[in-house]
Design a protein around this ligand. Sequence first.
Ligand code: ZN
Length: 123
Amino acid sequence: MSKVPLYINKSKALANGQGACVLSGAVIVKNEQEIYATAATTLKDDDPTAHAAVIGIRKTRLKQRTFQLIDYEIYLSEKPCPMCLLAIFQAGIKKVYYQGKEKIEEINLTNDYLKKAYTVIKP
Ligand SMILES: [Zn+2]
């Protein structure tokens, strides 16, 4: 059985609410094993970059002593904001799952996906 709902539920349990990633939760997984799970600390730390995905990437890289997280997946309590999406891409994570409005959504994070995601924010 897929562990996707399990990790999505954990990310939602960690989250402190929904809205623009500020209250998000994240679980980072490798080979179906949880490596790191966290909540955003944006408000607590007064840090606009402390979204759960960004914290998770930083901590996982330190914990695993690796620069790239190529074989990892990330599970998020809500759709990642542009900052988190780019951080996930920069970390080398290719598979993103998040809780959508009605169901769990999946992103295959390729160059093409990013190009399409950012066409809406071109100047
Ligand atoms: Zn974010």
